[in-house]
Each structure stands twice: as C-alpha cells, then as structure tokens.
Design a protein around this ligand. Structure first.
Ligand code: FMN
Length: 188
C-alpha cells in the first residue's frame, strides 16, 4: 500500500475540511491509504511521516503565508532535513483563505520551497483552471485557477459547515487522488 500522509493546520476548521477532502481523494485510490495528521499532534507522528510515500502539506493562508502553527511544524522538521529523511518522497500542498486570491499562491510557493529543502518531489494540481470563461461558473473544479496546489476559499463570516464550497472540496479530493496515483507509480 502507498501511504499518503496529510499534515495540516486549521485554526477554525475550514482548512480541516479541505484536508479531509484531500484524504478522501487519496484514500479512494485502490492500493493507497491516507492518514490525517494535525500539526499539533506531529510529535506523535514523526515515524508515520518517515514511513509515508507522500506527504501533502496544508495550511490556511494567514497574513499572506502559512499560519504560525504550520511554520512551527516546518521548523520542528528541520531535524528531518538534517538527515534528508524525506528525500525522494512525493510532496504536494493545499491552502484555504477568505479572499478569492488572498495571496494563497505565496503559501503554496512556501510549501513547495519547503518540500524542495526536504529533498522531496513536488506534485502539482494537474487540473486546468475553471471559471475563467463566459461558460465558467463558481461550481467549476479548480475555480480559483491554481496549478501549484489546491486552493480553496471560505467566507470569513461563516463557519466550516458553509465553506470551503463543494467545488473547492472536489478540487482538494482530486489533488489527493493524483498524489496517491503518483505514489503508487513512484513505488514501482
Ligand atoms: C491571522 C489571520 C490572518 C489571515 N490572513 C489572510 C490572508 O492573508 N488572506 C486571506 O484571504 N485570508 C486571510 N485570513 C482568513 C483565513 O484565511 C480564513 O478565515 C480561513 O478560512 C481560515 O481557515 P481555518 O478555519 O482553517 O483557520 C486570515 C485569518 C487570520 C485569523
């Protein structure tokens, strides 16, 4: 079985819904299993992360970048970096924020640079952008038009029961599915 770990932070539950969607997508692939790991619990899961074939990183966009708890996880993982313990694992990323853009790309770029520092191999979203023509709609897959990873948007006056919307959760699922399929191929 290809093991896919999803390491994420969520302050108010919106990014957690996105993380669950990523896990659903990864777990739906025959021959793959998905494990959700909150950054707050990372200390108990370093062995799981060492065993994983792929790690998908997720953070809300706070102040134009990853959240402080996610950054604390990144910094704590410098002990893994020192031995390049995650070298040649697959990596991917997702983020959620209130604004349509909200500078989510900066968060995904930070995650990709982090994965590169860890010697990992970045898997992009692999979906064409949606909602970018007269035929488009907010219900389109990848409606926010990211390539580097999965983006989601949640209104800042509504709880996670309202957002991210179904299109963004489906986009997250497809990221999980893509990484799981890639991990199976990568294991050979
Ligand atoms: C400290 C803080 C900073 C934020 N910065 C941004 C931002 O830069 N861009 C944005 O679009 N939304 C920003 N937001 C809104 C959150 O990204 C949004 O509410 C998101 O759904 C929160 O996800 P969570 O429930 O997983 O924590 C910020 C929220 C907080 C609390």
């Amino acid at each position: 079985m290809a093991q896919i770990a999803i390491v994420y932070h969520s302050g108010y539950g919106h990014t957690e819904k996105q993380a669950e969607a990523v896990a659903r997508g990864a777990g739906s692939v025959s021959g793959a299993s998905a494990q959700l790991v909150r950054v707050a619990d990372a200390e108990a899961h370093w062995d799981d992360l060492a065993r994983a074939d792929a790690i998908i990183f997720g953070s809300p966009t706070y102040m134009g970048g990853v959240s402080a708890p996610f950054k604390a996880f990144m910094d704590a993982s410098s002990k893994v970096w020192a031995t390049q313990g995650w070298k040649d694992k697959l990596a991917a990323g997702f983020t959620n924020s209130a604004s349509q853009s909200g500078d989510k790309l900066a968060t995904l770029q930070h995650l990709a640079v982090y994965a590169a520092q860890q010697g990992m191999i970045w898997v992009g979203l692999g979906l064409m952008p949606g909602n970018n023509s007269s035929q488009g709609s907010v219900e389109d897959i990848n409606r926010l038009g990211g390539f580097l990873g999965a983006m989601a948007q949640s209104n800042n006056d509504q709880g996670p029961e309202f957002g991210p919307p179904p299109a963004d959760l489906k986009t997250a699922e497809l990221l999980g599915e893509r990484v799981a399929k890639a991990a199976i191929r990568w294991r050979g």
